[in-house]
Design a protein around this ligand. Structure first.
Ligand SMILES: Nc1nc2c(c(=O)[nH]1)N[C@H]1C(S)=C(S)[C@@H](COP(=O)(O)OP(=O)(O)OC[C@H]3O[C@@H](n4cnc5c(=O)[nH]c(N)nc54)[C@H](O)[C@@H]3O)O[C@H]1N2
Ligand SMILES: Nc1nc2c(c(=O)[nH]1)N[C@H]1C(S)=C(S)[C@@H](COP(=O)(O)OP(=O)(O)OC[C@H]3O[C@@H](n4cnc5c(=O)[nH]c(N)nc54)[C@H](O)[C@@H]3O)O[C@H]1N2
Ligand code: SF4
Ligand SMILES: [Mo]
Length: 899
């Protein structure tokens, strides 16, 4: 039994009601103190005692309190769209699954899960499908996220093991970020690296086809040709060998396959010059990178979706691992390969076997392991072979082979490649079940037969595991609203109704205890994932459990920080495998019809499909529209206007984005954000464009390089809509909702008559709302506001495009509790109630500091983020906006200071 330190007094700092929990967003896994405010929200603070963040939170974590309101939540079960009780919903799902299994076999049913579920939810879902229903058709959005890392780890180490820990970031002298925009996507780790660089004088190299916020901190930016990372690291391996930088002792004692891997690397990238030619980098930059990497013992190579989401993602991972193995730079302080995990529980999902090719507790589909799990569970129908992976699962649904699907904690109608196809497939299901927090998203738009209202963050209890294998508790601090229930309860309810025993848990603590026991079952050090020190964990110890890194073997209460410094790999002979990778090649070339490569990814202040971050006004302002990044030469070539609209099309679909011309993009490459859906924008689903090529080993889709083209889009009039509610506007126009104080604003571009838009506006307000309007047909100006009980409920301003009025002019009117007669006349003047100028989008989300205010401070002599912070507070909380402020300062000065 481990010594688990109880929650210390510090957790109570935010008041006696503060609960110590974990952020539900990225895989950094920051500790959070949450104190309910009594009105359904909560005061949020970073937990100073949590070893992932030591009190810091990024913009998304800091804004968690703004995402807890209940207006958008699904609060009761639905059966065929109508409210029903839990029993009826559970009965329907259980009998439906049983019937379909009986008629069509267990392969006709599937679960599609999420790295945002808690370990306990995940564990029971996986147990039900793989042990009791008898199919391995359980896959997860982690297939789209981490599966290339999992497969790369397994090929090299024999197990899915992250060898290092966050402390390595404090102790490294070189960080190589590959396909990771950590400044925006793992901000607290990024800040940890920049602080360590300040302290130790270390350097950062950023390998990404585009310049990102992460490039700001980089001593060297390598804008690698998309897909060519394997060539870069092959070149590095060759350099390490030729420059005498190999750790021969480590290679000889602990690895196999080096010569073949090196020979292949030589074929791919025999020299710095050859590497430069393949990767379209300058030879001097390549040589400098090789020297930096070879000459710095304490190097951490961190990688994320630019590596994983690739048709050769697993080879990219192994090309990186090869270099660390060849130098023995693994599992020692300050060095090693580091896969940055995306979701809060990407790792927990891997631990319970959430992927269709895994079994629980890091076991696989080998006969002895299948049998071991079967015996442990007393499973009546143990799956014998791997199941369908995400994209093949949806193809099987489209073909009618999978007839029942339960989606939990993910929004596949937006996030899968060929998302339109995926959404259509859902409509074919005989039984379609969704467990969701929200009442409306694109997946729910495909009309599930049953909807389970899931408890959300703050309402559910369990554990998550972060990128460094650290298990932390998520604890409830709000009462479950309406009839919501934790996901594990819904799963166990269905399992029991299907007649299965083994699902009578009364708490997540019991599930966790079983999970720990399975990790220990017949393990004896043969499997990396080992929680034997937690076997028999009592409920009160689970409740008080402090964040702990696995492995947690019995007798090692502190866990283990690192793996493999002395070998000890989990392969048959204990040696790590070098992998001879295939020569890099994009899965699909550009063509005359689709001459551009579409890259997709994340922006700083939104989380995936925006079901939560889209509700926060602090977060809405950073990028208020789906913005396409385009090189200025491409903008010219395709007749796009910077600030205008473009339709991007691929062979699979199309979407409309706001254009931003920037030299951060290379010519030929365009970048679209993944966050907007049919809930939040007229037509900006990036996933609809993405092709469905997958890595041959991991089956992870390539979401970063789809051939595409673009054309300008224009409408006669432009302006904005304001509303207290966020409902879709007519689609034959352009709009994108942004959360603002008191409601939502949409920048719009439209055709159509005033009357048509007035009707659309009316739909946003109560029927008896009073209309105030102004129209000047000769100039195409139309302004209308709806006032209900003296308060502005909805408004629309239209004028001739491309010049438009922004919603900022209505800020005060929208914030006002009552509008008197004078204010009603003034508000339609287009100059606002006080005539104050609109300062543009927020740069600092934490303190709501807009672009205009920061520019004014820079103009007034503030020439570093600290000076701006001293004046405006901007950047003094989470620091996520510091790269952006630096950019504004650099752009302001005629001679940009060296970074
Ligand atoms: N703000 C925010 N943070 C998040 C999330 C979020 O939604 N919003 N989601 C979380 C999740 S689930 C994940 S998985 C992570 C993802 O975190 P990241 O992987 O950092 O995010 P992405 O923007 O998907 O992609 C990273 C970079 O890969 C680059 N890239 C594209 N193609 C290539 C290539 O061929 N080679 C290289 N070297 N780079 C390439 C892209 O240009 C992009 O800048 O973020 C997590 N954190
Ligand atoms: N083109 C392109 N596509 C991508 C990516 C990309 O870079 N490019 N990235 C991929 C990656 S890495 C990821 S991780 C995915 C993310 O994509 P998704 O997982 O589809 O995105 P989310 O918006 O996080 O969806 C989570 C859903 O679960 C709900 N939810 C939240 N918490 C809970 C809970 O506790 N229980 C239940 N039942 N529901 C809950 C939320 O309301 C939301 O609707 O997107 C993938 N798709
Ligand atoms: S870095 Fe931000 S999003 Fe990620 S866990 Fe920490 S606070 Fe949450
Ligand atoms: Mo992800």
């Amino acid at each position: 039994m481990n010594e688990l330190s109880p929650v210390s007094g510090a957790a109570r700092r935010a008041g006696d009601a503060a609960t110590r929990t974990t952020c539900p967003y990225c895989g950094v896994g920051c500790g959070v103190l949450a104190a309910p405010d009594g009105y359904g929200g909560a005061a949020i603070e970073g937990d100073k005692d949590h070893p992932s963040n030591f009190g810091r939170l990024c913009s998304k974590g800091s804004a968690l309190g703004e995402t807890l309101a209940l207006e958008t939540r699904q609060l009761f079960p639905l059966l065929d769209g109508a409210r029903c009780g839990w029993d009826a919903a559970l009965d329907h799902v259980a009998s439906g699954f049983s019937r379909i299994v009986e008629r069509h076999g267990p392969k006709a049913v599937a679960f599609y899960l999420s790295g945002q579920l808690l370990t306990e939810d995940y564990y029971v879902a996986n147990k039900l499908m793989k042990g009791f229903i008898g199919s391995a058709n359980v896959d997860t959005n982690s297939r789209l996220c981490m599966s290339s890392s999992v497969a790369g780890h397994k090929r090299a180490f024999g197990s899915d093991t992250v060898p290092g820990c966050y402390e390595d970031l404090d102790e490294a002298d070189l960080y190589v970020l590959v396909g990771s925009n950590a400044a925006w996507c793992h901000p607290i780790l990024h800040q940890r690296m920049t602080r360590a660089m300040d302290a130790r004088g270390g350097k950062l190299v950023n390998v990404d086809p585009r310049r990102t916020a992460t490039s700001e901190a980089a001593a060297l930016q390598l804008s690698v040709r998309p897909g060519e990372d394997g060539a870069l690291f092959s070149g590095l391996l060759v350099h390490l060998a030729d420059a005498g930088r190999l750790d021969r002792a480590f290679i000889d004692a602990h690895t196999q396959g080096f010569e073949a891997a090196l020979a292949r690397a030589r074929e791919i990238a025999p020299s710095a010059a050859a590497t430069a030619a393949r990767t379209s980098l300058a030879e001097a930059d390549v040589a400098r990178f090789f020297e930096m990497w070879a000459g710095t013992e304490r190097v951490v190579t961190l990688y994320s979706q630019g590596v994983n989401q690739s048709a050769q993602g697993v080879d990219k991972v192994n090309a990186i691992l090869n270099c660390h193995l060849a130098t023995g730079r693994i599992g020692r302080p300050g060095m090693g390969p580091f896969s940055l995990t995306g979701q809060p529980n990407a790792m927990g999902g891997r631990e319970v076997g959430g992927l269709a090719n895994q079994l629980a507790a890091h076991m696989g589909f080998s006969p002895p392991e299948i049998d071991r799990v079967r015996r442990f569970w007393s499973a009546p129908n143990m799956a014998r072979e791997e199941g369908l992976t995400a994209t093949s699962m949806f193809d099987a649904i489209a073909r009618g082979e999978v007839r029942a699907l339960w989606v939990m904690g993910t929004n596949p109608a937006v996030s899968l490649p060929r998302a339109d196809h995926a959404r259509e497939a859902l409509r074919r299901l005989e039984l379609f079940v969704v467990s969701e927090n929200v009442a409306s998203n694109d997946t729910l738009g495909a009309r599930p037969h049953v909807v389970f209202p899931a408890a959300g963050w703050g309402e559910k209890d369990g554990t998550v595991t972060n990128s460094e294998r650290r298990i932390s508790r998520q604890r409830a601090f709000l009462p479950p609203p309406g009839e919501v229930r934790a996901d594990w309860r819904a799963i166990c309810g269905v399992a029991r109704r299907m007649g299965f025993s083994g699902f009578d848990y009364s708490s997540p603590a019991e599930i966790f205890a079983e999970h720990a026991a399975l990790s220990a079952f017949e393990n004896d050090g043969t499997r990396d994932f080992d929680l034997s020190g937690l076997v028999g964990l009592a409920a009160q110890d689970y409740d008080r459990m402090a964040p702990a890194q696995w492995p947690l073997p019995a007798g090692e209460p502190a866990g283990r920080k690192r793996f493999f410094s002395e070998g000890g790999f989990f392969t048959a002979g204990g040696r790590a495998n070098f992998v001879a990778i295939a020569p890099p090649r994009l899965p699909e070339a550009t063509s005359e019809q689709f001459p551009l490569l579409l890259n997709t990814g994340r922006v700083r202040d939104q989380w995936h499909t925006m079901t939560r971050t889209g509700l926060s006004q602090r977060l809405g302002g950073h990028m208020s529209e789906p913005t396409l990044l385009v090189n200025p030469a491409d903008a010219d070539r395709f007749a796009l206007r910077d600030g205008g609209l473009a339709r991007v099309s691929s062979a699979h679909g199309s979407a409309v984005f706001r254009v931003k011309a920037t030299t951060a993009q290379d010519e030929g490459d365009i970048f679209a954000p993944i966050h907007w859906s049919d809930e939040t924008a007229s037509a900006a689903r990036a996933g609809a464009l993405v092709h469905a090529f997958v890595d041959p080993v991991s089956k992870q889709p390539d979401s970063k390089a789809t051939p595409a083209t673009m054309t300008p889009v224009s409408f006669a009039r432009a302006g904005f809509v304001l509303s207290r509610r966020r409902t879709p506007l007519p689609r034959d126009s352009y709009w994108a909702w942004e959360a603002i104080e008191g409601g939502y604003a949409a920048r719009v571009e439209v055709d159509g008559a005033d009357g048509f838009w007035l009707a659309a506006l009316r739909a946003l307000a109560p029927e008896d709302a009073e209309l105030v309007s102004f129209s000047d047909a000769t100039r195409g100006v139309f302004r209308a506001a709806l006032v209900s009980d003296g308060r502005l409920t909805a408004a629309m301003f239209l004028g001739p495009a491309p010049n438009e009025t922004r919603w900022g002019v209505m800020r005060e009117a929208f914030a006002a509790e009552r509008l008197d007669g004078a204010a009603r006349r003034l508000m339609l003047s287009g100059r606002g109630l006080s005539g104050a100028p609109d300062l543009g989008p927020n740069v600092c989300a934490c303190f709501g500091v807009p672009h205009g205010a920061i520019l004014a401070a820079v103009a007034d002599g503030c020439r570093d983020p600290a000076a701006i912070g001293a004046r405006l507070k901007a950047g003094t909380n989470c620091g996520s906006c510091i790269p952006e402020m630096k950019r504004m300062i650099a752009a302001f000065q005629p001679e940009p200071a060296a970074a």
